[in-house]
Design a protein around this ligand. Structure first.
Ligand code: GLU
Length: 309
């Protein structure tokens, strides 16, 4: 067994034994049905060695982790013009806060809070039917995750369509400031569905590899974005990837990362590895409780924090 696999296996055992698991998200009813005891992890290093443990091959709802990939697509479509639509500063507010949006005239702080992700989705929808825009996002995930079987969990999407009142409020509010070009329902429909993409830790870690290696998957050699764009996406993940828990994540883990309320976290060790963890119980900021603890342990043992040992 490789050293990396050994460390991953030990972390899985330690996480499985813990009783503090956080609380599974219930505001999207379908997510409340997920087993809080699940735990998975996948680490893929530069050479393509894969270390996995626990439920690494069980698909889960990636939720806000999809925002890293919609950001990548929107930047590909409109380049730096995107930054006239959404800011680049940490919000220090809950992911679905409406207060800040009012103070800042409907201009979202960053692409990873819900309002910012809606602005990004709006850019992707422009010029397309919602179905085409969604198809583009899904195909991008299948390409990056190297698996054509990656799909949208329709039950999760429908559940959020029915209950996403807060996101509806955010989108309508932004529309009132003329911050969305497309119909509110189109943007929301595509947003809810891309959040409902289901992927396993292994697929997600595969999809993140371009971010760990200057925009390009080192194994396939295929370039996804220019190196400076990968660097900037990582910077946003570090400063904004965990909502108002972003400071704490940087402090404890020290890697760019993006969490989702499905309990997943994608973390990037630049030049070293792409890592995905999944544990559905969340901390009060809406980030995976054991996912964060597992990453803290992994980076500590491997000396992978970008801030040094
Ligand atoms: N679809 C979720 C929402 O909009 C995503 C939130 C998250 O994962 O943080 O509420």
């Amino acid at each position: 067994m490789s050293d990396l696999q050994e460390i991953v296996s030990e972390i899985v055992d330690a996480m499985r034994a813990r009783e503090d698991r956080g609380e599974v998200a219930t505001y999207i009813p379908e997510l409340a049905r997920v087993d809080p005891g699940a735990f998975g992890i996948a680490v893929i290093d530069r050479e393509g060695n894969v270390a996995v443990g626990g439920d690494a091959d069980t698909p889960f709802s990636i939720q806000s982790i999809s925002k890293v990939f919609t950001l990548t697509l929107a930047l590909g479509k409109v380049g730096d013009r995107l930054w006239s639509r959404v800011g680049r500063e940490p919000s220090g507010s809950p992911f679905n806060s409406i207060v800040q949006l009012e103070r800042e005239q409907g201009l979202p702080r960053n692409p990873f809070i819900n309002a910012g992700a809606l602005a990004v989705t709006d850019v992707i929808v422009s010029g397309h039917q919602p179905r085409e825009a969604l198809g583009e996002i899904l195909r991008f995930m299948q390409f990056l995750g190297q698996d054509g079987a990656i799909a949208i969990d329709q039950a999760v999407a429908a559940s959020e369509q029915r209950t996403g009142f807060r996101n509806r409020a955010l989108a309508n509010y932004m529309k009132s400031f003329d911050r969305l070009d497309n119909a509110v329902d189109f943007v929301l429909g595509v947003y809810f569905h891309h959040c409902a993409i289901a992927m396993s830790c292994r697929q997600l870690a595969t999809a993140g590899r371009f971010l760990a290696h200057l925009g390009r998957n080192p194994e396939t050699g295929l370039s996804v974005v220019q190196p400076d764009r990968a660097r900037r996406i990582n910077a946003l993940m570090l400063t904004c990837g965990h909502y108002d828990g972003s400071g704490e994540f940087a402090f404890r883990v020290g890697l760019p990362g993006k969490s989702g309320v499905g309990g997943g976290i994608l973390a990037i060790a630049p030049g070293k590895a792409s890592i995905a963890v999944w544990s559905p119980g969340l901390d009060p900021s809406g980030n995976s409780h054991l996912g964060r603890i597992a990453l803290e342990e992994l980076t500590r043992r491997l000396g992978w924090s970008i801030f040094g040992m």
